[in-house]
Every structure is written in C-alpha cells, then in structure tokens.
Design a binder for this molecule. Structure first.
Ligand code: KG4
Ligand code: ZN
Length: 378
C-alpha cells in the first residue's frame, strides 16, 4: 500500500502494544494487550513479570496489528520502537524484537521517546480529524503513572524540539492516584476508579492546603526557581493522615476483603462498599490534583506565550481534568486538545506517529542503540 506506513512497537511498562500508522495521520490498527489483571494482586507493576509477559505477547500482538491494518511484515516502510523512559527490562523486549525485525526485513528502525509519543498521540488524532493547523509554540502537559512534565515544543526543519519547563519533584500525578486508591483499598490502577467514584462525592468536603500540593521555591535563588514544577507526595501523605484521624482503617479493611472476593471489580462493584466519607475524600483529592495541574499549566502557557495546549498521558483520560482544562483554557482563548481515551494511555499508535517526522528526515536508530530507563526528551 502507498504512503509511509510505520509499524510502531511499545513495551515500556505494562502494555504490550503494536500499531500501524500511515504518514503520521492515518491510524490503520492499534492493538494493546494489557497486563493490568496480572499486576492487580500486587497493587502495582512488577517489572520482572512485565518483561516476561511482553516476551509472551509481542509476536502475536505485532502480527495482529499487521493483519488488522491490511499490511504485512514486508509492506511496512519502517519500524518504530520506544527507547525510553520506562522499565529497562520491559523496554528491552520491544527493542530486541524491533531490531531483529528491522534487520531481517532490511527496514529502517526509528527509536522514539515514550513522552514524545504521548504528545504525538494528540497530533495523530487531530490530523485524522482533518485539523492540520497547529500553532507553535505548543505547550504539552504529559501526565501519566510515571511522568508529570511540561514541554514547550517547536517544529524545526530537522524535526520537533522540546524544552522541559516543568516536572514533578516526587510522585507523578498518576502515581498519586494509584497510591491513594491503594491506601483506600480501591484496587489498581487507581485513576479510572477514583475518576468514577469522585462523581459521587463532595470535592469541597476535605480541604487540602497549598502546603500539601505546591512545590515550594522558598529559599531558592530567583534564577534557579522552577515555577512550573509539581509535587504530589504531600497530598498522598495528607490523605493518609486524614484516614488515621477519621478512623477509616476498619472500613478500608472491610472493602479490601469484599473486593478481594471479586475476580475483577468494576466501579459498580466498588461503589456499594464506599461510605460518604470515602467518596468525599476521593472527590476532594481529585479536585486538588486537577486544580494544581490546570493552574500551573495555564500559568506556564501565559508566561511562555504558548499558542496551543496538548494534555496527554494516562491521567488525561480523567473526566474532571478534561472539563476543567476545557473551561479554563477557553477563558484565555487557548486551544486545548486531548487524545481520545484509548490513545491517552499507553499504546503504539503514538510511537508510530511520533516516528513519522523522523522518517521524513531519515533520522534512524543505529544498530547499537539500547533501552534508556530515564531517557530525557529534548
Ligand atoms: O500513560 P499510562 O498508560 O502509563 C504511563 O506511562 O504511566 O498512564 C497510566 C496512569 C496510571 O497511573 C492510571 O491510574 C492513570 O494513568 N489513569 C488515570 C485515569 N485513567 C488512567 N488517572 C486519572 N483518571 C483517569 N481516568
Ligand atoms: Zn505512558
């Protein structure tokens, strides 16, 4: 088939994913094999298990992505794979497989930064809708289980360039959702369940002060201050303190026991086991995190004169985050875009999409490249 078809492969965390994207704008297939059920009993991703599972799934997942796209190993023009950041062992599975495929098929191999992938997920879907006009500089909030970053992006002749103007000083926002959910006995991953439960609680019931959510620049010389940095470990501790103060341990243990008896607990199963206090706490926690993400991002957008805003990564699936961003950015006349929920969390379509500008300038990976757990985006 004509056009530049890229096979994308993503194995940075707990999803084995493959996808085919044509010319960075047409999603031909998007296969995601989630390991969530396997990691659920541990309340988080177990790296060793993740690598093994990637190894088991990678061949059938890639094959399915090609079949669904109506492509073959021979017909794709390039292979793209996530180099990092992520779990080293998990990344290595995707990289080794992609290298072997590229070598055997004599196709170019493109290495992609996972965070750049999250940004290009938004672009791919906008292009697919026919929206080709993006004004620069573009500000991207990449907010997921492992990351909370603000990138200012520009498009240059040789490709996209990024400036990391904000980051979390401790926990990522998604990590805070996951840890709070674990603490309250709500299951894993925490984001989707807190998102759904928060609708049933009062977000003003529990007050989280600025000290619990703000990264402080106090005492730092002015030229070294980082006004757009985040901090989410304080709010997690504040939730723990609230649980102890309000004597919620008993109800948490009861909920954990009830949910452990269910093989797979959906929101409908969890809700009957949540009292008002829990629902109010969850709603207040979510409101505090959302307000902080929105306020700092919009401050950065104003001060750095961004003309477009992308909000992406697993936490971008959050309903309240989307609503608040849409409302607040509109007040400032700033166009804001999100990926669909399917492309908010980890997938390989975003990797294939981010590889397209690199294919155009023949920016290929060399044979020696390897996984980089903390790969920075520049
Ligand atoms: O992007 P992603 O799939 O993986 C990483 O690169 O980390 O993000 C997963 C994270 C998890 O922490 C999960 O709890 C969070 O995204 N998440 C959400 C929602 N859906 C997923 N957080 C808040 N609200 C959601 N609806
Ligand atoms: Zn991710």
């Amino acid at each position: 088939m004509s056009g530049d078809c890229i096979l994308g492969i993503e194995t940075s965390c707990d999803e084995t994913a493959a996808a085919v994207v044509r010319s960075g704008e047409r999603l031909l297939s998007n296969v995601v094999s989630s390991q969530i059920a396997m990691h659920q009993p541990y309340g988080g991703v177990v790296p060793e298990l993740a690598s093994r599972e990637h190894l088991r799934s990678i061949v059938p997942v890639v094959r399915q992505a090609l079949v669904e796209a109506g492509e073959s190993y021979q017909s794709v023009d390039a292979i793209a794979v996530t180099q990092g950041p992520g779990l080293a062992g998990a990344l290595l599975v995707g990289i080794s497989y992609a290298k072997a495929l590229a070598f055997a098929l004599k196709k170019p191999l493109i290495s992609v930064n996972h965070l750049e992938g999250h940004i290009h997920a938004v672009l791919l879907e906008e292009k697919q809708k026919g929206n080709f006009k993006v004004d620069f500089p573009l500000l991207a909030l990449v907010v997921s289980g492992g990351h909370t970053h603000l990138f200012l992006a520009e498009q240059r002749e040789h490709g996209w360039v990024y400036e990391n103007i904000g980051r979390t000083r401790d926990d990522a926002a998604g990590e805070a959702f996951d840890k709070v959910a674990k603490l309250l006995g709500l299951g894993y991953p925490g984001g989707p369940i807190i998102d759904a439960l928060a609708r049933h609680g009062d977000p003003r019931a529990v007050k989280f002060g600025p000290a619990q959510i703000k990264h402080r620049n106090r005492g730092t010389p002015k030229d070294q201050q980082t006004p757009y940095d985040f901090s989410f470990s304080g709010i997690k501790t504040a939730v723990l303190r609230y649980v102890e103060l309000e004597d919620m341990r008993g109800s948490i243990a009861a909920r954990q026991k009830a949910l452990a008896a269910m093989p797979k607990s959906a929101v409908g199963d969890v809700l009957p086991h949540c009292d008002k206090k829990t629902l109010d706490l969850v709603a207040s926690f979510q409101r505090a995190v959302v307000e902080d993400l929105v306020a700092k991002t919009l401050q950065a957008a104003r001060e750095r004169e961004a003309r477009t805003l992308f909000v992406t990564g697993g936490v971008a699936a959050n309903s309240e985050l989307r609503q608040t961003f849409a409302l607040e950015a509109a007040k400032e006349g700033l166009p804001v875009y999100f990926p669909s929920r399917k492309l908010s969390t980890d997938n390989a379509a975003m990797i294939a999409a981010a590889a397209y500008p690199k294919l155009l300038v023949r920016n290929f990976a060399d044979a020696e490249f390897s996984a980089e757990a903390s790969l920075p985006l520049r």
